[in-house]
Design a protein. Sequence first.
Length: 86
Amino acid sequence: MSGALDGNAIAGTLRDVFGAEMTTAHGTCAGCGSRAPLAETVVYLRAPGVVVRCRSCTAVLVVLVTIRGTTCVDLGGLSELAGREP
Ligand SMILES: [Zn+2]
């Protein structure tokens, strides 16, 4: 699909929101149960928001919307967001 990036494209945004490096954090898709580092998700930059989709089933995992300098995060598509792997 055109315009698709991967999680590395929003590494800086995620770092700002979570205060940590998140591309290596593992998210579990609530739709298909696929577990993968956020760096390997499919990312679409669509102003004013960012949509993060599951690479396995294309379900929406995370939506980031920046309004007047504040970034709102919807993690509703993730059943689990694990911290950095050791
Ligand atoms: Zn999925």
